[in-house]
Design a protein around this ligand. Structure first.
Ligand SMILES: O=C(O)C1=C[C@@H](OP(=O)(O)O)[C@@H](O)[C@H](O)C1
Ligand SMILES: C=C(OP(=O)(O)O)C(=O)O
Length: 439
């Protein structure tokens, strides 16, 4: 990525969004296809895989541990599973780039192996908290070294893990998934209690591959010592990537877009609930099931929005969508208040501070708080914003230009490739007046 560190988006004001858009595959599900497909008995085939840097980092990690993976070829993968105990020690440190999901889920999975591994990442990942996974894993018997609770992490294999009864201190699907993956290698039962529902792709895929996980109320249980069996997986389009176009259409007069084949897992659809509460006109069409995950087409037409107090129970269900939702709030009539979202401060950037800075640079009144933000709807001026290398910040401000008074320049955009390769091309085709420049 170093040759693209200066990637800048220059987005001219005006335009509107129209047409049918299929955004790339779901990032969370793509990571999990590689992890579970690699550990399965037999050959797993995947379609719709996200060929973005984060999911590709996970893929490279499993190749480095001896798994043969053909592709990706237009989103198609063939994973030759090696079974629960078939991974080999990698020769080098594993680099997972910008991906929190990779390092946290892999910490659990690797704690159950017989070999020692070190994982590192980029400058953003080096700042993200890892105690949330290392503490419960060490309580299970894992031996892990970190740099003051942050990456790099060295996982010393060959230690017997024991099941744990653990209440998550924060609503985190990454921590839950990490412990479920470790739980497969532990003796006895691992029981995880969630403070609020979070994305359940790991549970669904484990069950789909024949490894039973029970879910009752807010408790998730897994027994160690089971097996996974290869299946065919169709990865739906990522609702988190679809969000940029949903928000773009919701705020821009004359817009009418349909996002196709989008994953509609109820643990991910908070963005739809929140936008609808703000008055957005959203129609869900053609609902169906694919590979254990609900999918639909989402049509969004422009309709003026009104500020709301975002219900706290929607926060974990829309956790990656707040940068884009702040753009919607900034264009809504009145005040929008977000609370209960302190997790946003420990994502790829501090998404509360970085979004508040960017909104203020564009003339919007945005007041950051410890756990959220207050935004007074207004009109975007033009200006320069810094995405701090955070993909979701960069794409969110690109949508603001649709209704801005002048050009918006967004710096440090190379990491859009982590979750949304082809964003600029797709955004242009949909009606955003965006160019990217290297320098
Ligand atoms: O499990 C996952 O795939 C993810 C969980 C969320 O993180 P947290 O569990 O830290 O909230 C989310 O922000 C991230 O983009 C992907
Ligand atoms: C938080 C995100 O990802 P990760 O934690 O995997 O870096 C994201 O994609 O918004």
């Amino acid at each position: 990525m170093s040759n693209q560190e200066n990637l800048t988006y220059v987005v001219q004001p005006g335009g509107r969004l129209s047409g049918n858009i299929r955004v790339p595959g779901d990032k969370s599900i793509s990571h999990r296809t590689i992890m579970l497909g690699s550990l399965a008995e037999g050959v797993t085939t995947v379609s719709g895989f996200l060929e973005g840097e984060d999911a590709l980092a996970t893929l490279a990690v499993f190749r480095a541990m001896g798994v043969t993976i053909d592709g990706p070829n237009n989103g198609n993968l063939i994973i030759h599973g090696v079974g629960m105990h078939g991974l080999k020690a990698p020769e080098k440190t594993l680099n997972v780039g910008n991906s929190g999901t990779s390092i946290r889920l892999l910490s659990g999975l690797l704690s159950g192996q017989s070999f020692t591994v070190t994982m590192e990442g980029d400058a953003s990942l080096a700042k993200r908290p890892m105690q949330r996974v290392t503490e419960p894993l060490m309580a299970m018997g894992a031996r892990i070294q970190s740099k003051e609770g942050k990456p790099p992490l060295t996982i010393h294999g060959g230690h017997q893990l024991n099941g744990i009864n653990y209440t998550l201190p924060m609503a985190s699907a990454q921590v839950k998934s990490c412990l479920l993956l470790a739980g497969m290698y532990a003796s006895g039962e691992t029981c995880i209690t969630e403070p609020a529902p979070t994305r359940d792709h790991t549970e669904r895929m484990l069950n789909g591959m024949g490894y039973p996980v029970s879910v009752e109320a807010n408790q998730i249980r897994i027994q160690g010592g089971g097996k996974l069996y290869a299946i065919n997986i169709d990865v739906p389009a990522d609702i988190s990537s679809a969000t940029f176009f949903m928000v773009g259409a919701a705020i821009t007069p004359g817009s009418d877009v349909t996002l196709e084949h989008v994953g509609m897992n109820p643990t991910r659809t908070g963005v739809i609930t929140i936008l609808q509460q703000m008055g957005a006109e959203i129609t869900i069409q053609n609902e169906r099931l694919t590979g254990g995950e609900p999918v639909a087409d989402i049509r969004v037409r422009y309709q003026p929005l009104t500020g709301i107090h975002i219900p706290e129970d929607q926060v974990p269900l829309a956790i990656d969508e707040f940068p884009a939702l702040f753009i919607a709030a900034a264009s809504a009539d009145g005040e929008t208040v977000l609370t209960g979202a302190e997790e946003l401060r420990v994502k790829e950037s501090d998404r509360i501070q970085v979004m508040a800075d960017g909104l203020q640079a564009l003339g919007i009144t945005a007041i950051p708080t410890a756990d959220g933000m207050k935004i007074h709807g207004g009109k975007f001026a033009g200006g320069v914003v810094d995405s701090h290398g955070d993909h979701r910040i960069a794409m969110s401000f690109a949508m603001a230009a649709l209704i801005a008074n002048d050009t918006i320049i967004i710096n440090d955009c190379a990491n859009v490739a982590t979750s949304f390769p082809g964003f600029v091309t797709l955004a242009k085709a949909a009606g955003v007046r965006i160019e990217s420049t290297n320098g």
